[in-house]
Design a binder for this molecule. Sequence first.
Ligand code: HEM
Length: 259
Amino acid sequence: MLVLAGVVLAIAFGWLHRHDKWIDPEDGIGYYLGITGGTLMLILLAYPIRKRAKPATRAIGSVGFWFRLHMLLGLLGPLAILYHSRFSWGALNSAFALGAMIIVASSGLVGRFFYSRVHRGYSGRKLELRSLKRDMDEMIARMEQRGIGHERILAEIQPFEDRAVRAGGNFWSSAVAVVGLGFETRRAHRRLLRAVPAGADRRTQQLRALVDDYFEAVRRAAEFAFYDRLLRLWHLLHLPLFVLLVAATVLHIVAVHMY
Ligand code: HEM
């Protein structure tokens, strides 16, 4: 979020100063910003390569590291290009390359959101309904140990787990749960927190955190099949868009150096 906020601020600053003549895309800093942005976007391709590397190759750096770098460079590269372009479309070939880049980088942000719904962290470890269920069972047991009554658990907490596990296995039930269960869990969550005695002591804080985690896990489980399918569809779209970006960039580089 911090990186994204920084990038948004830098874009706003650049946009407000886009008429200042301190950058020339064809010369000096402006030209080198173009080369820098392009190079950063080439380096970020190490992630898909690393992801596909066979374990036996002892590739350098973890998948998680390369993925984080991919996302960082996926923002910094386009930022450099925006400054290089002086926030204007320019000639047709430039506009085509810039448009493709903006689409691919924005698509990356959407993909990151889907990805985070079906993975634990960034190392490629996919969530599984079975392990989410195990987590929820464990959290329920801990809530009971920490003083939430058995009756309340059976009436107000356990049913969410059962519904989430049922919904999360199928695309359509999961899609419906994104709205329905999403809304209901938030309401039940608030109701339950009101019932937990307020207090700043560690035990109460831990119980409240546990309740937060539980309802988050319920939503994760219920929404799983939905986001899993969306991520697959996103992959199908992202790759052709990326190929388009490469073609547009090559065309742009050739065009500006020929004419
Ligand atoms: C212009 C900049 C970018 C380019 C050229 C680019 C390119 C790519 C490529 C080629 C892939 C591999 C697709 C595959 O393995 O099938 C990919 C995957 C991905 N990118 Fe980017 N990307 C960019 C920016 C971003 C940004 C800004 C983010 C998020 C902050 C992002 C997030 C992702 C995600 C989540 C994946 C899928 C990861 C996976 O399923 O393993 N990308 N990107």
